[in-house]
Design a protein around this ligand. Structure first.
Ligand code: FEC
Length: 307
């Protein structure tokens, strides 16, 4: 007999329309409204990438692809999909409430972020658990999947495909910048958080599995909290790498993200590209995982370790 199990897919969330930007930004800032200037700055960034982010549609497609792949992988289980977002409706709590209304007693949770940090994946899972405990729903959490062979294979293929566009005599003048979203340093140190090590491990795995000769680890999309964040920032790193090694080609792989959205389309495709143009280097940013079968397959393989 087939058993119905919830699949709670959690993601950051994005404004659906321009008027959502202010409440969304306020939610990101833990309820503190942004100043007019901060709000305008964010609106300008969305405007720059075409008005709004493609994130909402992509998150839906990724969640559906994952549900379908899991339903293929498990013969005796029917996964029923619930989407829970961090900063906009449907919020994580709303999704769990819906599971309860539908009579779900057990669920697998997956965050659309490959590395574990208590701030990111940990906080999504805590919110889901607090709500699930109210109804007695049992959750099985996926905590990370960056180390899954299929995830590494996805990025390895992308790096090698990008290298094919670069003349082989320039491979020694090409560097791979492996990055994830920065986080406040204090928070990471206080929690002895595995996040920086997981990014470093990703970089090392990609260095040995791909044909790249030079690699560097960077952080991106730092916020304005007035406190130190994990560094080096990818833009500063680009300048340093250029000054020290005179690289001609920079390949950016924002492996901490899983699809195109504001932080990739603006922070990489605009900000890092501008620095590359300044120093006269070539900018490359391979396609993001999106719904690629290797990416979805990596999550399925990790789900199998927890459920
Ligand atoms: O495309 C879109 O519309 C949304 C893209 C988006 C993603 C994303 C992922 C992560 N964030 C993480 C941490 C922080 C911390 C702060 C922070 C602030 C922002 C702001 C925007 C934003 N984030 Fe984000 N993040 C995205 C968008 N993020 C917009 C506010 C303006 C700005 O600072 O640029 C700072 C909060 C504070 O002020 O206290 C911290 C982490 C991730 C990756 C993991 C995940 O997806 O959950 C970590 C996508």
């Amino acid at each position: 007999m087939t058993k119905t199990v919830g699949l709670l897919v959690m993601a950051y969330g994005t404004p659906y329309k321009e008027s959502d930007i202010e409440p969304y930004y306020t939610d990101i800032r833990h309820g503190k409204r942004p100043s007019e200037e901060e709000l305008q700055d964010l609106k300008n960034r969305y405007e720059f990438i075409g008005g709004l982010s493609p994130l909402a549609g992509t998150t839906d497609r990724q969640a559906e692809a994952l549900r379908d792949a899991l339903n293929e992988a498990y013969e005796d289980v029917e996964f029923k999909l619930y989407l829970g977002l961090k900063h906009i409706s449907p919020y994580i709590e709303e999704a769990v409430e819906k599971m309860n209304k539908d009579g779900i007693e057990e669920a697998v949770t997956v965050v659309l972020a490959p590395h574990y940090s208590s701030f990111s994946v940990g906080s999504y899972n805590t919110r889901a658990k607090e709500e699930a405990d109210k109804y007695g729903i049992k959750l099985h959490h996926v905590e990370h999947y960056y180390q899954q062979p299929k995830f590494i294979e996805y990025w390895t293929n992308k790096i090698n495909e990008t290298l094919e566009q670069i003349p082989s005599e320039e491979h020694d003048e090409t560097v791979l910048v492996v990055s994830a979203h920065s986080l406040p340093k204090g928070l990471i140190e206080r929690n002895n958080d595995p996040y920086p090590n997981e990014l470093q491990d990703t970089m090392k795995r990609l260095e040995s599995s791909s044909n790249i000769l030079h690699v560097a680890q960077g952080w991106q999309s730092e916020g304005n909290t007035g406190t130190p964040w994990l560094g080096p920032d990818v833009q500063d790193l680009t300048r340093t790498l250029y000054n020290e090694h005179h690289y001609k080609n920079f390949i950016y792989t924002p492996v901490g993200f899983v699809c195109e959205h504001l932080e990739v389309l603006y922070d990489n495709d605009y900000e890092c590209k501008v620095v590359c143009e300044e120093i006269g280097a070539n900018y490359y940013r391979p396609a993001m995982p999106d719904t690629h079968p290797l990416f979805i397959g990596a999550i399925v393989d990790e789900v199998k370790t927890v459920f």
